[in-house]
Design a protein around this ligand. Structure first.
Ligand SMILES: *Cc1c(COP(=O)(O)O)cnc(C)c1O
Length: 366
């Protein structure tokens, strides 16, 4: 007999070295920690789930969510006629993971800005990739030349960027897409809140895949659906790495209903993104008046550098408001160096939630 410890030793070392994501986030009455749609979900999706026929549970979904592809292309204003394809996934995390697995062999380099979406270094290590992090500039833009100079197999950009909420300049995106050697993976998870989108660039690039999600503006994080668009030759490769049946039949029906319906679907999403943008700008102003120095946001959340981030977040949580705290952010960025690399990330929702958050923040930081 061998002890179970030895069996654990059989696990791939890249897997053993990974942390299991903590599920211990406390639950709070007001949860502003994950950038989801705090107004809820589109009525068209709720209707589909309520009225689903038994086959939506008893039968398999389509292999690669083919019924969604046309609707997604219509939503992003691209056409199959231009050689553009779609790959769906169990959340866009799955698309990011599958793209890394499709193109990155163990030991290959992946480059990204720092700070960026926390899943990226995790997924990179899971796939045996060598992660290279290049700090954002002092203006919170992608340092395009250094990113390209890293000469990586895969380049990840996040526009707007999580957790800074800052946009990436068109010049930086275009420089990277024009000069990168390998695959460019551009994550537009928060594009609905941003002044510009870059998805149209996939028509002119043979290396660009743009990832998007239904988890944020679309209010469907619990359904777990995301997608990538890019040259169909690339999306087909990512589909192979992803594997079949990753999007459930219920999720497929709900997303299709949202994309196909105006008032209760896409228009609902757009109208609530407009509300989020209004409240975000009001929140940034209010935080400034309260003596904070929030980073200008192009997303549905706001990064607030403060040396006391950890302490403030813990005390807010005890008073029923959950926000994310970050420590160890790159000190190369002046605005973050001033707080020793600490900041709060606060999700934007209905104004009564923002008011609750602001009064609790005032109490604990007094
Ligand atoms: C939330 C988020 C995602 C995606 O999430 P899924 O729920 O897996 O679709 C992707 N990228 C960024 C930057 C995010 O913040």
């Amino acid at each position: 007999m061998t002890s179970s410890g030895d069996m654990v030793g059989l696990a791939r070392s890249a897997v053993r070295a990974l942390p299991r994501l903590s599920s211990e986030l406390p639950s709070c009455a007001v949860d502003l920690s994950d950038n989801t749609n705090l107004w809820g979900a589109p009525p068209a999706a709720l209707r589909v789930l309520r009225d689903a026929p038994p086959e939506a549970l008893s039968r398999y979904p389509s292999v690669y969510s083919e019924p969604l592809h046309e609707a997604i292309l219509r939503y992003v204003n691209l056409s199959r006629a231009d050689g553009v394809g779609v790959v769906t996934g169990c959340g866009s995390d799955d698309v990011l993971d599958s793209t890394m697995r499709a193109f990155g062999a163990p030991g290959d380099r992946i480059v990204f800005s720092s700070p960026t979406f926390s899943m990226i270094p995790l997924l990179a290590r899971l796939n045996g990739l060598d992660p290279v992090a290049i700090p954002l500039t002092n203006a919170f833009d992608v340092d395009a030349e250094r990113i390209v100079d890293a000469d990586a197999k895969i380049t990840y950009l996040c526009a707007p960027n999580n957790p800074t909420a800052t946009p990436v300049s068109r010049a930086a995106v275009e420089y990277v897409v024009a000069n990168a050697r390998g695959i460019v993976l551009l994550d537009e998870a928060y594009v609905e809140f941003a002044p510009e989108a870059f998805v149209q660039l996939v028509e002119q690039s043979e290396r660009l895949i743009v990832a998007r999600t239904f988890s944020k503006a679309f209010g469907l994080a619990g359904l777990r659906v995301g997608f990538g668009v890019g040259p169909i030759r690339l999306t087909r490769i990512v589909e192979r790495a992803r594997g079949p049946y990753k999007v459930s039949a219920l999720a497929e029906r709900a997303v299709l209903a949202v994309l196909d319906s105006t008032a209760d679907g896409v228009d609902w999403v757009r109208a609530h993104a407009v509300l989020a943008i209004g409240n975000r700008d009001r929140l940034v102003t209010t935080l400034g008046q309260a003596g904070f120095d929030p980073v200008p946001s192009a997303a549905n959340f706001v990064l607030v550098p403060t040396a006391r981030a950890l302490d403030i977040a813990q005390r807010m949580c005890a008073r029923g408001v959950l926000v994310r705290s970050f420590t160890g952010l790159p000190l190369e960025i002046d605005a973050l160096a001033r707080t020793g690399g600490s900041a709060l990330r606060i999700g934007v929702g209905p104004w009564d939630m923002m008011q609750t958050m602001l009064s609790v923040l005032a109490e604990v930081s007094a």
